[in-house]
Design a protein around this ligand. Sequence first.
Ligand SMILES: C[C@@](CO)(OP(=O)(O)O)[C@H](O)COP(=O)(O)OP(=O)(O)OC[C@H]1O[C@@H](n2ccc(N)nc2=O)[C@H](O)[C@@H]1O
Ligand SMILES: Nc1ncnc2c1ncn2[C@@H]1O[C@H](COP(=O)(O)OP(=O)(O)O)[C@@H](O)[C@H]1O
Length: 307
Amino acid sequence: MAGPVTLDCPAKVNLALAVDPPQPNDPRRLHPIASWMAALSFADTLTVERVVPDSESPGESSFELAYAPDAPVPGAIDWALEDDLMFRAHALVEQRMGRPLAVRVELQKRIPTGAGLGGGSSDAAGMIVALDRLFELGLNASDQSALAAELGSDVHFALGVLAGQTSSIVTGTGDQVEPAPCSATWPIHLVLILPPFGCPTGAVYAAFDRLNASKSPINADDIRELARGFTPGNRELFNDLTAAAADVQPRLKSLLEDLGRLSPRPVHVTGSGAACFAVTDSADDAEGLAQVIRDELNVAALSTQTI
Ligand SMILES: C[C@@](CO)(OP(=O)(O)O)[C@H](O)COP(=O)(O)OP(=O)(O)OC[C@H]1O[C@@H](n2ccc(N)nc2=O)[C@H](O)[C@@H]1O
Ligand SMILES: Nc1ncnc2c1ncn2[C@@H]1O[C@H](COP(=O)(O)OP(=O)(O)O)[C@@H](O)[C@H]1O
């Protein structure tokens, strides 16, 4: 029998994120987006092992979730197992296959929740890939996309990452994923700032609707061009959800002001927040700025890079 599968489930940043109001004909009222997303070396670790039924045990699945000892923001698993995206991905694949897929699972969390870093989505993608490998399910891209659609918009991008596509232009409502044009500068070094508070994605999109009645429509080609010509000194990265996230979470507004004073480079919110990032020229510069932020603001900050 195949041994355990251990996967890094990477965090993502939205290097650029444009958002439109929901289409009137979309019953789910999801917002169209155009985003340049990149996976980071900062990751959760998922280990999945098959459990074989025998005369002593019925072969039931078990799930162990904990924050890793080296997690930068000490957290608690404060959501029900039934709500966990990785757990839900397992249940969904079982339902699709019409049979139990008994596994022993250990998830070591490092990526803070409600951060806009897509941690839960990445864990869900990891579970789909692990089950496919362990049980030789033969899930193709369209099977995987159907599973992602049930789990959350960011799962589409996260599945691409695990298939090796770590930098993508993501359009539709998060469901259309294509490789980002290659910039000469890769990997990108950045400082990730991890505040001790989060932003709920649904509330941030609702605030976006209140605040952005007359925004100009998104243009995915502009974002492709941004990715193609990107250099670390580029000051054109943007996030249409920034004002909405700061509206939902006033502590983010004051953190952004503090970071603006400390950072020589622009500081951006990722996704719906509350994590932020600044692009630097090198890993050393990123570590230096992370240290300043930790010392001056007493906020978790780490040096990381795109993968
Ligand atoms: C904002 C983004 C940018 O990458 O990332 P995060 O900040 O969540 O990481 C995504 O669009 C988040 O996608 P995802 O995190 O998968 O959100 P979901 O769980 O699917 O949706 C939570 C809620 O956000 C709203 N939602 C989500 C996606 C979308 N394109 N339009 C929306 O209006 C819906 O109200 C939905 O019920
Ligand atoms: N495996 C998971 N890891 C983190 N959060 C999860 C997970 N499964 C479900 N959640 C729930 O989803 C919420 C947002 O998760 P997260 O993936 O961090 O979102 P985002 O990237 O959208 O900020 C959390 O508050 C938590 O309740």
